[in-house]
Design a protein around this ligand. Sequence first.
Ligand code: FE2
Length: 251
Amino acid sequence: MLKIGLIGDIHGNLEALEAVLEYLSTKQKVDKIVVLGDIVGYMANPNECVELVKDYDCIQGNHDSTVVYGEDLDWFNPVAKEALIWTINELTDKNKNILRDFPLTKIYREEDFTISHGTLNSPEKFLYMDRSFEARESFDLMETQLLFIGHTHVPQYFISNGDNSFADIEMVSDIDYKREIQLQKGKKYIFNIGSVGQPRDHNYKSCFVIYDTDRKTIKYVRLPYKVKITARKVKKNRLPKFLYKRILVGM
Ligand SMILES: [Fe+2]
């Protein structure tokens, strides 16, 4: 019997993270907080964000992995790459070691869910999932009823009614924030929980999920935060200008 807050893609956005943690602990009184990776990269407070989440259950995202190992920088677009180089210089060795110790996936058998930053197949490759056919392999590999992912920064979810065939997988992209999703026995679900620190669905508000293991419900939440302060820090720290525009409108 647990109320679990699932958050991810924080990307060094301290104002968003503080607002979300405050909401989950005081308003929702969750029993547990789980972090789905990309704690750093893009915004100006990577150290503070690592220090705030380090005692929760965390997994690595692709940005966390890159700042730790310094590899794959050329995989990123020029804006992300520039912000990652800034982050590598900014992060303390202590916080890099904390990120290094996070696993890529984690299974919670009792609560019947798994977490991964991207797809469950080849989690070390951080593959995106935003179409039904990309969900199929993950459904095949799931040992739990639920899988929570992030990475695209766009909330959506997939439902498999049984055999995980392409035709069997339903994709839902228009999230109803007023309603809870009631989980049904015999079905499997993959929830992309959206992004706390850099949403890309034209809504600047932080996005995350609450899973009630007792009532078997999922709730998507949008929460406003002091986004102008975050944007000003982008300028002050000479991070790429595009990040300033992007954060204000959620793109
Ligand atoms: Fe991300």
